[in-house]
Design a protein around this ligand. Structure first.
Ligand SMILES: [Zn+2]
Length: 352
């Protein structure tokens, strides 16, 4: 049989991370702008945090810049942004904001086939450096294919203005790669799913770095932001190599998505991943206490009640999470986990 393997990988070309890197947006735009205007997708708060500065820097550099303010990442807002971007003749799209603004900008850029530049204002999850976007449709959140940012400008001076809970959540999103990797290996053994050791090695490295340095994830310290952001970027590299979110998203993410759909608003993505990863690690027979103590060192609770999640919601989320993305095989299997078994696993791990 002839050799038939192939893989495509998309990486960001310019990554700026560190204190005061924002002005580098000018040479970045100069490199990748084709024609048309620049569209900045941002939110009301994030406009003040970063969008406004991006707008004025680029305006001063002589570019035709337009700002689109939005809020939630849902299909209605995506449609609004896309029709505005079309009207404005967008030649390059910048997402300046937290996860939702980045996701909307990323998906718009993908649909328009124009370069996308990521300017994150919160270090809260690995979406700032991934080619996937979570867009909410009535009742469910869909992870969709989107553009890998052509450039990422992660200014730690800006990122450190975000509330501390976002930094802890971002660290947890990366630490939870450990269960995603166990799920990936399991699926590779059971279903022959293609597995990339190089991608897994980078993903694991990122998670272990933050696990070992969890005592250094501190409030009000810009170096902590640097520490976490670097590993968020490494996690993005792992996804780029795999060409999917597999190295960073397994059963813990299915549980996080199930929680988000059942009980929105009280806990944020990384916090849901933290809870998910502890119980998933328990199901894998791994060292879940090690994960729990790393989260506790950062001051991140894995107790559902601290996020006002009723026990029954948590139990149901674990029981049914497998059905969120049936094609992604994980330790959660292909059938509901009985409510009794879910309850027990959550009790043992101290989540409920
Ligand atoms: Zn995540």
């Amino acid at each position: 049989m002839e050799f038939e393997k192939f893989r495509t990988m998309q990486f960001p070309r310019d990554v700026y991370v560190g204190h005061g890197v924002l002005p580098n947006i000018v040479p970045v735009v100069a490199r990748y702008m084709r024609s048309g205007s620049i569209v900045i997708v941002t939110g009301n708060i994030t406009y003040d945090l970063a969008g406004k500065e991006v707008e004025s820097i680029l305006h001063d550099a002589g570019y035709d810049v337009h700002v689109i303010r939005t809020d939630r990442a849902n299909t209605e807002n995506l449609e609004k942004i896309e029709s505005l971007a079309k009207e404005l003749g967008a030649g390059l799209i910048i997402g300046a904001g937290g996860g939702t603004k980045i996701d909307l900008a990323k998906k718009t850029a993908y649909d328009f086939n124009v370069p996308f530049v990521s300017v994150p204002t919160t270090p809260s999850h690995d979406g700032i450096a991934s080619p996937r976007a979570s867009i909410r449709r009535t009742g469910s959140t869909l992870s969709q294919e989107a553009s890998m940012p052509i450039a990422i400008i992660a200014d730690t001076a800006i990122l450190s203005r975000a509330p501390f809970k976002y930094l802890k959540a971002g660290a947890a999103d990366v630490i939870s790669n450990l269960t995603a990797l166990l799920d990936w290996k399991l699926s590779s053994r059971l279903h022959g799913e293609e597995y990339s050791s190089s991608s897994a090695a980078i993903s694991e490295y990122a998670a272990r770095e933050l696990l070992e340095k969890s005592h250094m994830v501190l409030e009000g310290v810009e170096e902590s932001v640097w520490l976490v952001t670097k590993q968020i970027l490494a996690s993005g590299t792992a996804m780029a190599i795999a060409g999917s979110s597999r190295p960073a998203s397994g059963s813990e993410h299915l549980i996080a998505h199930a929680l988000e759909m059942a009980n929105p608003g009280e806990s944020i993505h990384g916090e849901q991943c933290a809870m998910g990863s502890v119980v998933s690690m328990f199901l894998h027979g791994g060292d879940w206490q090690m994960l729990a103590s790393a989260y506790s060192r950062m001051g991140l609770s894995i107790k559902a009640k601290d996020y006002r999640i009723p026990d029954s919601v948590m139990i149901k989320a674990l029981s049914t999470a497998h059905s969120i993305r049936p094609e992604r095989y994980t330790i959660l299997g292909e059938k509901d986990i009985s409510l009794n078994a879910s309850e027990k696993a959550l009790e043992i791990t101290g989540i409920i």
